[in-house]
Design a protein around this ligand. Structure first.
Ligand code: GLY
Length: 394
């Protein structure tokens, strides 16, 4: 399927073969894993079941990435109408309902990633009432992390953990849609208020003057004072972690669309411009944007996949037609490179849809591997090009 984007007049990449390859891998993974969840990243391009930890058994639903498998299953079902994808997605959804009711591994802002792509998607696609109830429970849990007077949602850990207290991270922008959805469903203003205040704090402090971003930022939880930026997964506190910048493009654009705060639109544009200015010749970033052409640092294809979705989202809310055309054209170029250069030579060569991502290089975790989120956003990018009318789960 090749289409011409009305916004840009550019040719979108040919995605039919890429979608067919992705779907065949997803179907193989259903057979390989059944209801067990794969780990965050591949090892030598193969996913293994998620290790047991904290009383949760091998292949269990813990951590922040399990819903990316569910999201891929929903996308596969929407692309094909094939019931086996939907049935597998519903097995996950039931398990996400169980997880939130059992209060298992919920001490994270990533409840947004986890519940948007599982139970909220199930509600959006099938008016599933049990999934709606579970999503609202997850949104309530996420609200417990909202810190007054700082006006931010704490990212990681127990709220009394001094090392994490008052800290948030740029990825959190992607967790806001769970709150926005809960506000729409309940009519309770507390959800929208939290989204407005949290996103305004990130726009103000995590986005730097040169349009790059900090990965993480600390507030004094008692006084609300903004303290300092830093990194967790980037090359240095002052460098620009590629995936964080991609989260910024997508997250600021989405939150602009629901809040109407024009400074968030400008923040998304600034993230996009910086990201695009720092791409190497093949349009897929090094894992940190401090590296440029000629470096032998690993790439992060997952950042590229997120950026494609983010740029298409930005184009959809952009008020300047010329800029929308530019965002769309650059998204198409990045996606074309992912398809041509970052997919397995034969779909059977890997369990991942795209190769060469980085999870956390400073900790030596998932370097130059496939990742569940890279796979999800790659398939979302293919969906966005194949079916521009597709309604996102976020
Ligand atoms: N949200 C965590 C990451 O992007 O690695």
């Amino acid at each position: 399927m090749t289409s011409t984007s009305p916004a840009s007049g550019t040719k979108a990449p040919q995605v039919d073969d890429a979608i067919a390859d992705a779907l065949s891998t997803i179907r193989r993974n259903i057979a390989k894993f059944g209801p067990a969840y794969p780990d965050d990243t591949t090892v030598d391009d193969r996913y293994e079941p998620r290790p047991a930890e904290g009383g949760i058994p091998l292949g269990g639903n813990r951590g922040w990435t399990t819903s990316f498998r569910t999201g891929m299953l929903w996308l596969a079902w929407e692309l094909t109408g094939a019931e086996d994808y939907r049935e597998a997605a519903l097995v996950d959804v039931a398990d996400f309902e169980r997880r939130v009711r059992a209060e298992e591994d919920l001490d994270t802002h990533d409840l947004g990633f986890l519940y948007t792509l599982s139970t909220v998607a199930s509600w959006r696609l099938g008016a599933d009432e049990a999934a709606r109830d579970a999503s609202l429970l997850a949104a309530d849990h996420l609200m417990r992390r909202f810190l007054e007077p700082a006006g931010i949602i704490q990212a990681w850990g127990d709220l009394s953990d001094p090392a994490q207290r008052g800290r948030t991270i740029i990825d959190s922008l992607m967790n806001m849609p769970l709150l926005t959805w809960a506000g729409e469903q309940t009519g309770e203003p507390r959800f929208d208020d939290a989204v407005r205040r949290h996103t305004a704090q990130l726009r103000e402090h995590i986005l730097r003057e040169d349009d790059s971003t900090f990965h993480t930022f600390y507030w004094d939880a008692e006084t609300g004072e903004a303290l300092r930026g830093g990194t967790e997964q980037g090359a240095a506190d002052e460098s620009c972690w590629a995936r964080g910048q991609a989260w910024g493009i997508y997250g600021f654009a989405m939150n602009y669309a629901v809040t109407g705060d024009e400074q968030l639109l400008e923040a998304s544009r600034r993230c996009a411009e910086y990201f695009l200015r720092h791409l190497p010749a093949d349009d897929v970033p090094f894992w940190d944007l401090v590296y440029t052409d000629g470096s032998d640092a690993p790439r992060d294809s997952s950042a590229a996949a997120i950026a494609v979705c983010g740029l298409i989202e930005l184009a959809s809310v952009e008020v300047d037609a010329g800029r929308a055309a530019e965002w769309t054209a650059r998204a198409h170029a990045i996606l074309a490179s992912l398809i041509a250069n970052y997919t397995p030579a034969a779909a059977e060569d890997s369990d991942a849809l795209i190769l060469h991502s980085v999870y956390d290089l400073p900790k030596g975790n998932g370097v130059d591997e496939g990742t569940l989120w890279g796979d999800y956003f790659y398939l979302e990018a293919l969906m966005r090009v194949a079916k521009p009318e597709w309604k996102k789960y976020w």
